[in-house]
Design a protein around this ligand. Structure first.
Ligand code: MRU
Length: 353
């Protein structure tokens, strides 16, 4: 079995969600009980190992897992990596239980590598902010959720914030609530509380006035997929922040492991953006209503906010063009400017650090 922290219940409850097989994990991924690009890769890898341990059809399980959500490239990458390890073991003469053990070892390796990548990105991102931001303590703005909940370690953008805070250089973390599913208000605020950071949650639409007041020194976000041209897909609402940051002369920094770069996707326009159910927009916090007085942290239909049957536009992600991105921080180093050439250089086999 695979035990996960059910992120749909946070911050009201820290509930464990047990997946008995890969199909349970597919459902958990679709429901966003487990989410965030790096963690999707790690979870997908464990899902393949689970299918192997159960003696199920590993190729079929891998296909289901890899396509559970379309945008974060880490998911399919993690799944295919562990599937490949399983296949190599079988082709090498391993029996089913031997191949299952190999699969689990590969998933664990992926998990550890993600933690190592987090630690390195945190150091590199902290150093970069020292160069980009002339004042301390600094005021950083983030969107969605990018911390320990989505990683084997401290996370991507939030890992950098943690490093800045540990150095005593964090003035305030501005936490975009991140409509419609509130990953910022529910999850980043939960992580910031645990870390003892000074932070404020704001409605997404309040970011503009914060920039105008000169209260933001840098924007730090993660990524779900980085195309070969350097376009960055991340939680919907990231692109407007990049536009605001450019208008106000504020650095816009993306923090992501190299596994988030997808050279097979040439341009930002080629990135498949997941469209989610209308109810997530037309109902408040639906399907997440942990503070609804009657919900006890259970999901319910949410509270309707729009007339019954109202249509909605609900893309889960948007794409920021490379010219609006000041720098991309990876565990292999920082690229700036962000261009096809610098992205290709990052992924070249000769570049290990
Ligand atoms: O729909 P989600 O919650 O899986 O979206 C997650 C994000 O957009 C994160 O910002 C992204 O995965 C970057 S790093 C964790």
């Amino acid at each position: 079995m695979l035990a996960l922290l059910d992120q749909t219940k946070l911050p009201a409850r820290e509930d464990e969600l047990v997946c008995a097989d890969a199909e349970d994990l597919v459902a958990a991924i679709r429901a966003l009980s487990v989410r965030g690009a790096p963690l999707l890769g790690v979870a997908g890898g464990y899902g393949v190992a689970l299918a192997a341990a159960r003696g199920h059809d590993v190729a079929a399980a891998a296909d289901r897992l890899a396509s559970a959500r379309p945008t974060a490239v880490n998911l399919a990458a993690g799944v295919r990596r562990v599937e490949q390890a399983y296949r190599t073991a079988i082709d090498g003469g391993a029996d089913a239980s031997g191949a299952a053990a190999v699969s689990l070892a590969e998933a664990r390796k992926l998990h550890e590598e993600d933690a190592e990548a987090s630690a390195r990105m945190a150091q590199l991102g902290h150093g970069l902010l020292g160069d980009l931001v002339p004042r301390a303590p600094m005021r950083l703005l983030t969107h969605c959720n990018t911390g320990m909940l989505v990683s084997g370690g401290k996370g991507t953008a939030f890992g950098v914030v943690t490093e800045v805070h540990a150095a005593g250089e964090l003035g305030r973390l501005w936490v975009d609530e991140t409509r419609p599913l509130l990953q910022g208000a529910r999850l980043t605020a939960y992580e910031a509380t645990r870390e003892g950071m000074p932070f404020s949650v704001l409605a997404d639409g309040a970011a503009g006035s914060l920039f105008a007041a000169g209260e933001v020194d840098a924007v730090l976000i993660g990524a779900d997929r980085i195309a070969a041209d350097g376009s960055v897909a991340n939680k919907v609402g990231s692109y407007p922040l990049a536009v605001l940051a450019r208008h106000h002369g504020v650095p816009f920094v993306v923090v992501a492991p190299v596994t988030t770069v997808d050279l097979a996707t040439a341009h930002g326009a080629d990135i498949v953006v997941e469209q989610r159910p209308a109810e997530e927009v037309t109902h408040i916090s639906s399907p997440y209503a942990p503070y609804h007085p009657d919900s006890q942290g259970e999901r319910d239909g949410g509270i309707p906010m729009a007339p019954v049957g109202a249509d909605a536009y609900n893309p889960a992600f948007d794409v920021t063009p490379p010219e609006l991105v000041t720098a991309i921080v990876t565990e292999r180093g920082v690229i700036s400017p962000v261009t096809s050439e610098t992205v290709a250089g990052l992924c070249s086999p000769s570049r290990t650090r």
